[in-house]
Design a protein around this ligand. Sequence first.
Ligand code: P6P
Length: 343
Amino acid sequence: MTQRISLTQYLVEQQREHGHIPGQLRLLIEVVARACKRIAIAVNKGALGEVLGSAGSENVQGEVQKKLDIISNEVLIEANEWGGHLAAMASEEMDDIHVVPNRYPQGEYMLLFDPLDGSSNIDVNVSIGTIFSVLRKVSNHRGVSEEDFLQPGKQQAAAGYCVYGPQTTLVLTVGDGVAMFTLDRETGSWVLTTEQVQIPADTKEFAINMSNMRHWDAPVSRYIDECLAGKEGPRGKDFNMRWVASMVADVHRILTRGGVFLYPWDKREPNKPGKLRLMYEANPMAFLVEQAGGLATNGTQRIMDLQPTKLHERVSVILGSKHEVQRVTGYHLEKVAAASSQD
Ligand code: P6P
């Protein structure tokens, strides 16, 4: 039996060997990991725990909130506000930021999260997950405001997710590669099961919601049409398709065996740049994917270079195997170049 190391031992060794993880950040990660364990217990109760179904309210996105959305959000808030490692938190489920109450010491980090992504899958027992992103409070003025959160993804100190699937797995980066920890339910501890995750540069698997095909922009239609043309087409190979409709599950598959994930802008709501949220979905996933050797763009720009203007802003997302993301991005840039040459 190989000696398994725990999340705590991993973080201590990372801190000792690489100095990547200041004490406050280590505490933050351990507290978030503990909160994810509590969320996993609630999620796994299902119909036995009176946690399924709608909460009868809407979030800032105008989406119906599930009971587990609210439970997960509250677990993360309560777990993190007393530790002294955070100045504030932001969540998909909350209109405004949550500043750490004055009764607790304020820390140097800010935590953003989608407490339970993929909620439409909760009641049908399909994998869902928690996504989190960590920023440093860079302004030295007293207090903290929404503007403090508006930093590009390349400023992230850490990012990760917990996928509640056949296994409960925590996936984490602090900027020194990607590590995966599986929850050992017998001991209740996170056990390191994979480190230095690498996404293959090539793939034969794409993930997109095909029902939106008629609404796509030309570069996306071109890319998917070429994949569907298979061996006889310009790609010279057959492709497979997966779409879980849980970003955490789709990204976990890509980190595990490669692939390309697309949630692009489409004509349904032309004024919206995309469906997914930049700050607490796209940025953390982009950090993980890049740390695992993949790429993440919005079609024309690196996602982690984007300067946010609003906390809940949306973005078009193309991420995964390097060569595929380069191809899709290249098709978008060809369209931009053609349009500017006509001006
Ligand atoms: P659609 C879940 O609601 C989510 O935000 C992502 O996890 C997922 O990738 C996407 O939306 C699914 O969207 O339009 O296919 O239901």
